[in-house]
Design a protein around this ligand. Structure first.
Ligand SMILES: Cc1ncc(COP(=O)(O)O)c(C=O)c1O
Length: 410
């Protein structure tokens, strides 16, 4: 009798995910996710919530009290920050270095903010002089940036932006989803007021939880919009003087009270994702942030060196390349999608395509989290070389793996 596929046990293939994210989660994260569910106000659970806050202060390199998780994919963290800070008519300055800069614009636009962009050619980053000039002229409430924009593989330097924002009294937000835990990110030292992230890149978890951190001055701005919903509101709750936040789910004023001593009954915490986020942070801090970032840098450099040794051309200004992902031009003789399919079908290796102006022009190859290690880099290079040679693309045989091995050393 034929079995109905609807009732078959889930059995996804074992893939090696070498794209721009998601990537394979650390095995310990899978174990953590399968831990027992408990009630959200169980003291054990609220204890885990407190631990998660402490762990992510370590990951973000911040003292910010308000450091917690938004339940949702990375874009939920972005949306929560933007909708909670920006009111309709507020001005926001956005350097657009790739697709995710456009995403910030899209979200800010829906909020009704007034947007000024600094449009940067894909493959480059935004110089601080441009930001300062635009801030002087436009006088925004917020500068909203993306650190690692996976669409272009560039890593936007942020240190100088923070100092400029301090001088002009502008709130400084960054989407660090793709860069956190693989590239330096110093929230307090760089004067960042709000940062949001995701688990599915260098933190080595599944997507579905967005760690965020907020500075004191950002918290003050948000709390001026405080409005506790009916049904859980008490006489003690007072509305802030500014207009309420235009989203209930992403109302950071309420969410902060949910994570704080009041334990305001906002949403039901996504327990399994909290377990995952806790384990990702624990792995990162146990290994040591500097070491994890150095591991990403080495794996990324080995991948880029191997691709070049094969004779392929790298995309973008290499001075600003993210440690954890590299863009590489698809050789003229190759069918980009067919090569990716062959890698997946014959080797179980996934690499990334690209979008916007780069669609069909480059592949994006990641080395992140659990996959920022030698075996993954060497297997991917060997497999790509074999697929390209079989397709008749003239690459230098035998060079890529050897060059990458040199980067990893003896
Ligand atoms: C820089 C950046 N921001 C935001 C996102 C969106 O993340 P999610 O799909 O988890 O919402 C991504 C995902 O690739 C990203 O690379």
């Amino acid at each position: 009798m034929e079995t109905n596929p609807l009732f078959e046990t889930l059995n996804p293939p074992q893939r090696i995910l070498m794209g721009p994210g998601p990537i394979n989660a650390y095995p310990r994260v899978h174990q953590a996710i399968s831990s027992a569910l408990i009630g959200q106000y169980d003291p054990v659970m609220t204890g885990y919530m407190n631990q998660v806050q402490t762990l992510y202060r370590g990951v973000f390199e911040t003292q910010n009290q308000q450091t917690f998780l938004i339940d949702g994919t990375a874009r939920s963290g972005i949306e929560a920050v933007l909708v909670s800070v920006l009111q309709p008519g507020d001005k926001v300055l956005i350097p657009v270095i790739g697709r995710f800069g456009h995403l910030l614009c899209e979200i800010a636009q829906r909020i009704g903010a007034v947007i000024r962009t600094i449009d940067i050619e894909w493959g480059e980053v935004c110089p601080p002089e441009k930001v300062e000039a635009a801030i002087r002229e436009f006088q925004p409430k917020m500068l909203a940036t993306v650190q690692g924009d996976t669409s272009t593989t560039m890593n936007q330097p942020l240190a100088e932006f923070g100092e400029i924002c301090q001088r002009y009294g502008v709130l400084f937000y960054c989407d660090a989803t793709a860069s956190i835990a693989g590239n330096d990110l110093k929230v307090d030292e760089w004067h960042l007021d709000a940062v949001s992230a995701g688990l599915q890149k260098c933190l080595g978890g599944p997507s579905g939880s967005a760690p965020v951190t907020l500075s004191e001055r950002c918290v003050e701005v948000i709390n001026r919009r405080k409005h506790v919903e009916a049904g859980i509101r008490t006489d003690q709750h007072q509305d802030g003087e500014d207009a309420p936040i235009l989203s209930n789910y992403f109302d950071l004023a309420m969410i902060m009270d949910y994570w704080g001593p009041e334990r305001l009954n906002h949403h039901t915490e996504a327990t399994s994702m909290l377990y995952a986020a806790r384990e990702c942070a624990r792995i990162y801090l146990e290994e040591g942030g500097d070491r994890v970032i150095a591991r990403h840098k080495q794996a990324g450099q080995a991948m880029a060196t191997g691709l070049s040794a094969m004779g392929l051309k790298l995309f973008g200004n290499q001075q600003y390349k993210m440690n954890n992902v590299v863009g590489v031009y698809i050789p003229q003789q190759a069918d980009g999608d067919k090569v990716r399919q062959e890698l997946l079908n014959r080797f179980g290796i996934e690499i990334g395509t690209s979008f916007g102006p780069l669609h069909g022009k480059i592949w994006r190859i990641g080395t992140m989290g659990y996959n920022a290690r030698q075996e993954c880099v060497l297997m991917t290079l060997a497999a790509l070389e074999a697929v390209l040679l079989k397709a008749g693309v003239p690459v230098a045989p035998g060079q890529a793996v050897a060059a990458a091995m040199d980067i990893f050393g003896a």
